[in-house]
Design a binder for this molecule. Sequence first.
Ligand SMILES: NC(=O)c1ccc[n+]([C@@H]2O[C@H](COP(=O)([O-])OP(=O)(O)OC[C@H]3O[C@@H](n4cnc5c(N)ncnc54)[C@H](OP(=O)(O)O)[C@@H]3O)[C@@H](O)[C@H]2O)c1
Length: 327
Amino acid sequence: MKAIVYKKYGQSDQLHMEIVQKPVPSENEVLVKVHAVSVNYADWHMLTGTPFLARMAFDLFRPKLSILGADIAGTVEAVGNAVTDFKPGDEVYGDLGLNGFGGFAEYVCAPQNLIALKPVNLTFAETAALPMAAVTALQALRDGGKLQRGQKVLIHGAAGGVGTFAVQIARHLGAEVTAVCSTRNIDLVRSLGADHIIDYTKEDFAANGTKYDLILGINGNRSISDYHKALAPKGTYLMVGGSDRQIFQAMLLGGIVAGNSGQKLGSLLSRNSREDLIRIKELVEAGAIKPVIDRQFTLEQTPEAMSLIGTGHARAKLVINVIPDAE
Ligand SMILES: NC(=O)c1ccc[n+]([C@@H]2O[C@H](COP(=O)([O-])OP(=O)(O)OC[C@H]3O[C@@H](n4cnc5c(N)ncnc54)[C@H](OP(=O)(O)O)[C@@H]3O)[C@@H](O)[C@H]2O)c1
């Protein structure tokens, strides 16, 4: 099968199309014919081996994996002996980021507990835009942030993959949403339902005196003390994505900064959950949320898509159509 392979940490020029062995599902896995796969910043972390703290969790000197691509949408082609939940022909989607990636290819094996049936009202390309970003946004708002109707939430980094879902899910949960993005993305985040928009090139969210019940730090290199300044007395700040410095601050300084105030400052690590894939499917089918795709690519163009995500300024989601008509 065709796959986009890398052998060394580096930039997009490390990615090459190769013909590799088609994978064979083990007893609890399904073999998925990949129609579309979206690009996440997690793919860039794995390609570049950054942030350095995370590299210790995968491999210090050379990548263990050879094929990136976490968020897949496709058709089940074959199932392992112990698979009871899926059959050949089922249209499925899922996030393989904690299970070896492998989606920048014509076929990938996925454990049955990491996939769910695809939303009926979306194309494969739209479906591939969902898994990691939408599930992370859901878990950050609902589980980490315990967001309640009427509360004020600040979404810092609202125009990217996670942010575009966070704005929509926060609105759906009945919160008052303030989205932070740059000038060129104001119309996008407004169209997703943000009540207030802060253009970070012109205004500092931490300086206008507004206090938030929940702050999601998804993107933007701001310090924990900036977020603390904008937090309501019993508020929660969750770092979802960031630099080594931000990871360090959220993990090690969060408790110290919060003291006995009743505030919480920490980080959110999303987890695989088929229940949450099903929840996202329900929200999409009910029309409560929708994926936004900024650009689409062919499998051969994967390095181009990866370079764009690597800028840190990709808008919404980028999708690779492994099968050309995946739209
Ligand atoms: N904790 C977890 O489990 C988890 C799960 C998924 C992702 N993540 C992490 O979350 C982060 C975001 O992921 P993503 O998929 O949303 O990435 P992404 O799609 O690459 O995010 C790009 C967006 O970030 C915005 N941005 C860049 N600099 C900004 C700034 N200074 N202030 C505000 N917005 C800024 C850009 O908007 P502008 O062009 O308007 O600046 C762009 O739209 C990554 O670090 C990723 O690794 C963590």
